[in-house]
Ligand binder design. Structure first.
Ligand code: LR7
Ligand code: MN
Length: 565
C-alpha cells in the first residue's frame, strides 16, 4: 500500500518537475528570440492606437524624396507606434524616488510645432509622449502645424487621437494650423499663449521620450522656481532610427558668433554622472520651464524669424534676469539629429531693398539665421556685440526691419526684471566665452583696401587670396598675443617659407614655438618676425612679402576687432 503511494508521489513529482523544466525552456526560447519584446511592444502599441488605424493614418503621407524629411521615412512608417527603447540613463535613476508635487499643482502643457514632418514620425512622438507620461500630470498637448504641405494631416491626427483615446483618459488636445508658414519661434510662442498648465515643455516633432522622463525634471523645477531645465538628449540616428545613449559629459554653450556648441562638463569631486548640472544654454531647443517664468521673460523674442537662436536668447535672458538652467541626465528624450535642414527658408529680402550684392546672394537660411543672431547680439551682448560683428561682419549690413509684431523690448525687460549686464554671464556662467579671446590681441576679418584676406580650398590645396569681406565664409583670423601667430579657425597659421629663393607666404598647421609663424604689429602693418618683411598687396589681389614701407597703403591691414591690452 505505502509502496504504491510512494510510487504515485514520485510519479507526480517527476511530472511537476518535467513541466517546470519545459516552462523554463520555453521562457528561455521566448526571451532569446526577442518574443517578449515583441509582445510588450504590441501591448504598448495597442495602448495607443490599433495597427489598422496606424496604417490608415501613416499611408496617407504624401510621397516625398528622402531629402524632404532628412531621415528614413519608410522605416519610420514600419516601426511600432510606440517602441521599446533601451534604458540609457544611469541605473541609479531607476532606483530613486523623486519628490513630486501633487498633480493638481504641476500640470504640464506640451508644445509641438512642426513643418513638413512625416506622419508616422509626428504620431510616434505624440503617442510615445502620452504613453510614457503619468496621466495625472499631462494636462494638455498643443500641436501647431506650421503651414505644412500635407494639409490634411492635422485634421486626420485629431480624428485618430480622439478615437484612440475615446475610452481612456487623455490630455486635452489643442490643434492649430498656420495657413502660411510662420516659423518655429512664432509657433512656439503661440503654443505657450494657448497653454493653461503650470509648466511648458517645448518638443521637436521627431522625438521619443524615454521611460520616466518627466519625474526628474519636475522634481528639479519644484525644488527651485528660478530654474528651467533640459533633459539629456539621446540621439536617434536618421537612417537606421536606432536609439543611442546621449553623452552626460556635455553641456550647452555658444561662441561669439552665437552658434550653439556642446561644451565639456567637468565633474566636480564626488559628483556623479546622474546628477543634474548647470548649463549655460539648453540642450538645443528642448526645454521645460514654468509658464509663469516664461511669461515674465516675455517668451521667445518674437522678432526672431522662422528658425534659429531662440533658445540661446531665452537662455541668456534667463541667466541675466535671475534664472538658472540645468540639464538633468536622469531624464532622457530621443531626438533625430538631422544632417541638414529638411525645409526651405522663405526669402528674407524683397527685390526692392537695396542691399549689397553679397547679401542678396546669401541663402535664405543663412540670412535668416544671421539676422536672428544680430537681433540677439544687439539685445543682450552690450559692448561685447563687437566681438559678434568681428566674426560675422556681414551681419552689420543686414537690415533688421523689426516689424511691429509686438511690444517686445529687451531694454524694458532688463529694467523690469533688473537684469545683469552681459559681462555677468561671462564671469559666472560661461567663462569659456572669456577664454575665447583671452590670448588674442586682434581678431576677425583682416582687411586691406576693402578686400579681406581669405583661405580658400582645403588641405592640401589651400589658396591665400583677397575676397569680399561680406561673403559669409570669409576667413576669421586670430592674432595671438604671446606667440604672434596669425591663425584661422582650422588652426592653420600664416607662415613664411624662408628656405625658398624668394621668401614665400604659406599656410601651415599651427605649432608652438615655430618662429616662421611669428608676426609683429607695426601700426597697421604685419611684419614677419624672422625675415622682417611685411605682408603686402601691391597689385590688388596678389599677396606677397616685401620690404616694409611706412604708410604704404598696400601694406595696411585692419582686423575687425582690436582687443584692449
Ligand atoms: O519653420 C519651421 N517651423 C517649424 O515648426 C521650422 C521648423 N519647425 C519645427 C520642426 O518641424 C521641428 O519640430 O521646429 C522644430 C525644430 O526644427 P528642426 O528639428 O528642423 O531643427 P533642429 O533639430 O536643428 O532644432 C534645434 O534648433 C532649433 C532652432 O530654432 C530649435 O531650437 C529646436 O528646438 C532645436 N532642436 C533641438 O534642440 C533638439 C536637439 C538639437 C540640438 C542641439
Ligand atoms: Mn529637431
Amino acid at each position: 500500500m505505502s509502496g504504491s503511494l510512494h510510487r504515485r508521489l514520485r510519479c507526480c513529482l517527476l511530472g511537476i518537475m518535467t513541466l517546470l523544466a519545459m516552462q523554463f525552456v520555453i521562457l528561455v526560447l521566448v526571451v532569446r528570440l526577442g518574443l517578449i519584446d515583441e509582445l510588450i511592444s504590441r501591448r504598448q502599441q495597442q495602448l495607443s492606437l490599433h495597427q489598422h488605424e496606424w496604417q490608415d493614418f501613416v499611408t496617407h503621407t504624401p510621397d516625398q524624396p528622402h531629402a524632404f524629411y532628412q531621415y528614413n521615412r519608410q522605416l519610420s512608417d514600419n516601426l511600432a507606434a510606440v517602441r521599446l527603447l533601451p534604458t540609457t540613463r544611469h541605473e541609479s535613476c531607476n532606483r530613486r524616488r523623486y519628490a513630486l508635487p501633487h498633480a493638481s499643482l504641476a500640470k504640464l502643457s506640451v508644445v509641438i510645432s512642426f513643418h513638413n514632418e512625416a506622419r508616422s514620425m509626428l504620431l510616434r512622438t505624440i503617442l510615445t509622449l502620452i504613453s510614457r507620461t503619468p496621466q495625472e500630470y499631462l494636462h494638455e498637448l498643443i500641436v501647431i502645424d506650421d503651414g505644412s504641405e500635407d494639409v490634411g494631416l492635422l485634421a486626420s491626427l485629431e480624428r485618430h487621437l480622439t478615437a484612440a483615446y475615446a475610452e481612456r483618459g487623455r490630455p486635452r488636445l489643442i490643434f492649430s494650423r498656420n495657413l502660411n508658414r510662420k516659423g518655429l519661434i512664432w509657433s512656439r510662442n503661440e503654443g505657450a499663449r494657448l497653454a493653461s498648465g503650470h509648466y511648458l515643455l517645448f518638443l521637436d516633432s521627431h522625438c521619443e521620450v524615454n521611460d520616466g522622463w518627466l519625474e526628474p525634471l519636475l522634481e528639479r523645477l519644484t525644488l527651485n522656481s528660478r530654474l528651467a531645465v533640459s533633459p539629456l538628449l539621446d540621439p536617434i540616428e536618421p537612417e537606421t532610427l536606432s536609439y543611442m545613449a546621449g553623452n552626460e559629459l556635455l553641456k550647452g554653450g555658444f561662441d561669439w558668433s552665437l552658434h550653439f556648441h556642446w561644451l565639456p562638463r567637468v565633474l566636480a569631486d564626488k559628483e556623479t554622472l546622474a546628477q543634474p548640472y548647470t548649463s549655460p544654454v539648453f540642450a538645443g531647443g528642448i526645454l521645460m520651464i514654468s509658464r509663469e517664468s516664461f511669461r515674465k521673460l516675455h517668451g521667445f523674442n518674437p522678432h526672431l524669424e522662422i528658425w534659429g537662436g531662440e533658445s540661446i536668447e531665452l537662455a541668456i535672458k534667463l541667466w541675466l534676469c535671475g534664472g538658472q538652467i540645468e540639464i538633468v541626465p536622469c531624464s532622457r528624450i530621443g531626438h533625430i539629429f538631422r544632417a541638414a535642414h529638411a525645409f526651405e527658408f522663405p526669402p528674407q529680402y524683397d527685390q526692392e531693398q537695396e542691399l549689397e550684392q553679397e547679401l542678396q546672394q546669401l541663402g535664405s537660411a543663412q540670412a535668416t539665421y544671421l539676422r536672428n543672431s544680430k537681433i540677439i547680439a544687439e539685445s543682450w551682448l552690450d559692448e561685447y556685440k563687437y566681438l559678434f560683428y568681428a566674426l560675422k561682419p556681414s551681419a552689420r549690413e543686414i537690415p533688421l526691419n523689426l516689424r511691429p509684431v509686438s511690444t517686445y523690448d529687451p531694454a524694458q525687460i532688463k529694467a523690469e526684471l533688473k537684469c545683469q549686464p552681459f559681462d555677468w554671464l561671462m564671469r559666472h556662467v560661461s567663462p569659456e566665452l572669456r577664454l575665447q579671446h583671452a590670448n588674442l590681441s586682434a581678431l576677425g576679418t583682416l582687411r586691406n583696401a576693402g578686400r579681406c584676406l581669405h583661405v580658400a580650398g582645403t588641405v592640401p590645396q589651400l589658396q591665400l587670396l583677397l575676397t569680399s569681406c561680406h561673403s559669409l565664409q570669409v576667413t576669421q583670423w586670430h592674432l595671438h598675443h604671446e606667440s604672434g601667430q596669425l591663425s584661422t579657425e582650422q588652426r592653420l597659421c600664416l607662415a613664411v617659407d624662408a628656405a625658398a629663393k624668394q621668401p614665400q607666404l604659406s599656410l601651415e598647421p599651427c605649432r608652438a614655438g615655430q618662429t616662421g609663424q611669428h608676426w609683429l604689429r607695426r601700426n597697421t602693418q604685419l611684419q614677419h618676425a624672422r625675415t622682417h618683411l611685411c605682408l603686402d598687396n601691391p597689385l590688388k589681389d596678389q599677396l606677397l612679402l616685401s620690404r616694409c614701407r611706412p604708410h604704404a597703403v598696400s601694406q595696411s591691414f585692419q582686423f575687425a576687432l582690436e582687443m584692449e591690452a
